[in-house]
Write a new protein. Structure first.
Length: 385
């Protein structure tokens, strides 16, 4: 049975067991893999992610009162709170639920209560945006029971606000927009200044493989926030709002004047923005080889200039890059561990997978996972009863 059907049946079945009735709705939203454009979103730059076939799922029905009651199947935990007054707790999945409610209410939405069950198969902490998937599935659930208009970009912004303002993670807008706006067989170029988007076809006869290094980022928030602050400091040096407004020539003029660390951070962002634009052109022309080279360059830039890779990740990426049929590979997501993404010729996938697993195990002693991804639609729902 397809993964999607398994997840769907799982939440519907669990809902029936818990409530003795069928759910009224199913809400779901995917994780993402970022093909290229890392740490550019909060610099007002360009990104090119695609929504993947791993999602968060919620089966639910409305309640007559203002309570939200949700069981997280994968954790065997339950949340129950009233929409009339709730407060922050320790960081956990629960804060995403309250955070999305808070953010929607802040924007003036009149929310109604509901009850449901939640499950997901986006690997957690792997850089594949399990949290954006959860936020958008929750937003969809609230929108269904409260009869809210659904504008994918507006909902993505509300979910980002939940993550920034309630959960306390200072992330950019990429993950929420792609989870909300993904399209089957397409990647999505997002201009993170104007929030304009463009769907671009993924190359034919190739697949994006997600390579989980089995390492997890440790001090994620502090490292991520530090990079953000460094980029802001570099932009401030140039007197502009974001590094999006600086050209390669302007940066070069400042060599030796701008602090070296800030210089390198800016170098990554400026060159990465250009790589995204070049990648879109490559995809428009169906040129997998050109895209692969850009992915390789992106990894080098993250490793050397942005310093967000780590040894295990570098091993994974170079093992992948060396395989026959691999056009290119790079780390994907926030960094400091998690997953790499590789673009591989369709007829080489099986051998690629076996070789990468074997070589990585030998090199690091770690047990990696390889996921075959495909580009899917963004946030969706079904009316069940
Ligand atoms: C995390 C954040 C995104 C983005 C990436 C890095 O996934 O949530 O907003 O900044 O890191 O590209």
């Amino acid at each position: 049975m397809a993964k999607e059907m398994i997840m769907k049946d799982k939440v519907i079945q669990a809902f029936r067991e818990e409530y003795g009735a069928d759910p009224a709705y199913l809400a779901h939203s995917p994780g993402r893999v970022n093909i290229i454009g890392e740490h550019t979103d909060y610099n007002g730059g360009f990104v090119l992610p695609m929504a993947i076939n791993f999602s968060a799922w919620i089966a639910l029905r409305p309640r007559q009162d203002d309570r939200v009651i949700l069981t997280a199947l994968d954790k065997n935990e339950k949340l129950d709170f009233g929409l009339g007054g709730f407060s922050k707790g320790k960081r956990s999945w629960r804060e995403y639920v309250k955070g999305v409610a808070w953010s929607l209410q802040e924007e003036g939405s009149e929310l109604k209560g509901w009850e449901g069950v939640l499950s997901g198969n986006v690997p957690i902490g792997a850089g594949l945006s399990s949290s954006a998937a959860l936020e958008l599935a929750l937003a969809r659930a609230f929108a269904l029971v409260s009869d809210l208009a659904w504008d994918p970009v507006q909902m993505a912004l509300a979910c980002q606000k939940a993550e920034n303002g309630w959960v306390g993670v200072n992330s950019g807008i990429m993950d929420q927009i792609i989870s909300a706006s993904g399209k089957k067989d397409y990647a999505l170029m997002i201009d993170c200044s104007s929030l304009k988007t463009k769907h671009v076809p993924v190359p034919k006869k190739t697949r994006f493989l997600i390579l989980d290094t089995a390492t997890r980022r440790g001090l994620l928030d502090s490292d991520y926030n530090e990079r953000r602050e460094q980029c802001e400091a570099a932009a401030c040096h140039f007197g502009v709002e974001s590094l999006r407004d600086i050209t390669q020539d302007q940066l070069l003029e400042r060599a030796g004047i701008l602090d070296l660390t800030l210089y390198r951070r800016a170098q990554h962002v400026i060159s990465e923005n250009q790589r995204v634009l070049d990648a879109v052109e490559a995809l428009d022309q169906g040129d997998a080889a050109a895209l692969g080279l850009l992915m390789n360059e992106s990894h080098t830039s993250m490793r050397i200039d942005f310093e967000i890779s780590r040894d295990e990740m570098d091993h994974m990426v170079s093992i992948a890059q060396d395989q026959p049929g691999c056009y290119g590979a790079r780390m994907t997501g926030g960094g400091f561990g998690g997953c790499a993404v590789a673009l591989v010729a369709e007829d080489q996938i099986e051998i690629f997978k076996d070789s990468v697993i074997q070589e990585y195990r030998l090199k690091t002693g770690l047990d990696p996972k390889v996921y075959l991804s495909s580009a899917t639609d963004g946030t969706g729902f079904e009316v069940l009863s």
